[in-house]
Design a protein around this ligand. Structure first.
Ligand code: PEP
Ligand code: MN
Length: 338
């Protein structure tokens, strides 16, 4: 339930109204001072609260019932776009943010070379997996803590905050120390114990859509993190499983405008895991920007043929550089920066 307050209500009046509401109705209050108006979101068992009682409150302009099960992630709760600050990189604002790097960190030299290349092409974040959730137990599983260390060294050297995937709640302390954005992969989107733990940290979380999950399920997973107190969530569409076999997954481009309408959280597209083929990354990345995505996550490898994971979908640094130039031209057309 949302209370839209009357114009001109001050911060201290909003705060005292919040205290009254939580004491009287046993709900959590979420005040948002927006560009247009101040609203208070009520979370909890709001069904029994008589709406007329709220409508009669002197500071309240109107009461809006939120039917959707996601509250904190709902745009009705937070009409302005959320901007997630990743060590100074603003995600969700005018600038389209690109996270680039290898699927997996393979060695100190590999991540150093790729970080240098993607930084010079204009990427803002460095991605690299250290704990790899692989379909086969015989495939490369990642360098684990050693991989995070190499990632952090490259991050400091080239000034790129890092994104890396967590696979288990037991890794949280390590990730809080080494990583700037904690990625939750498609396979863990509904690992609710992990999501609850991530609600207790303040690091930004890049939450990827599961390949068999609906948009509303993605938003409910975001709600798990946000209800724990961590509002720094970035959503990422990375392709879903359909009957189509020409691509690794089917990129649901409509997820971008649908999510932008339903939520205030920033939306990324990962064309690499959607396509599964390097030749398809450029058109899908262009489509993502045109559809209004706030950022992209793209796999780049200095030697894709020998990559220990996801080589076929990885761009060489040269192809990535040319893609970034094309994306910058497109972004300018739609009034965004790169
Ligand atoms: C990844 O980003 O390396 C990854 C495993 O992605 P996803 O979880 O989308 O498959
Ligand atoms: Mn990958």
């Amino acid at each position: 339930m949302i209370l839209v307050l009357k114009h001109g209500i001050q911060k201290d009046e909003t705060e005292s109204l919040c205290s009254v509401l939580s004491a009287k109705y046993g709900v959590q209050t979420n005040p948002i001072i927006g560009s247009e108006s101040t609203i208070i979101g009520l979370v909890g068992d709001t069904n029994l609260i008589p709406v007329s009682e709220l409508e009669n409150l002197v500071d309240v302009e109107r009461v809006v019932k939120v039917q959707e099960p996601y509250k904190r992630a709902n745009r009705k709760f937070h009409p302005d776009n959320t901007i997630v600050d990743v060590c100074g990189v603003k995600v969700g604002g005018d600038k389209v943010v690109v996270a680039a790097g290898p699927c997996a960190v393979e060695s100190a030299q590999q991540i150093d070379a790729i970080a240098e290349a993607v930084a010079s092409s204009g990427a803002s974040l460095l991605r690299g997996g250290a704990f790899k959730p692989r379909t086969s137990p015989y495939s490369f599983q990642g360098l684990k803590a050693e991989g995070l260390l190499y990632l952090m060294k490259a991050s400091k050297k080239y000034g790129l905050p890092v994104v890396s995937e967590i696979t288990n709640p037991s890794q949280i302390d390590l990730f809080v120390d080494y990583v700037d954005v904690i990625q939750v992969g498609a396979r863990n989107m509904q690992n609710f114990e992990l999501l609850k733990e991530l609600g207790h940290v303040r690091k930004p979380v890049l939450l990827k859509r599961g390949f068999s999950n609906s948009i509303d399920e993605l938003l409910m997973s975001a709600e798990y993190i946000m209800s724990g107190g961590n509002q720094n969530v970035i959503l990422c569409e990375r392709g879903i499983r359909t009957f189509e076999t020409s691509t690794r997954n089917t990129l649901d481009i409509s997820a971008v405008p649908v999510l932008k309408a339903k939520t205030h959280l920033p939306v990324f597209i990962d064309p690499s895991h959607a396509a599964g083929q390097a030749s398809l990354i450029e058109p899908l990345a262009m489509a993502a920007i045109a559809a209004g995505a706030d950022g992209l996550e793209i796999e780049v490898h200095n030697n894709p043929k020998c990559a220990l994971s996801d080589g076929p979908q990885s761009l060489t640094p040269e192809v990535f550089d040319s893609l970034m130039k094309k994306l910058a031209q497109l972004a300018a057309v739609i009034g965004r920066e790169m």
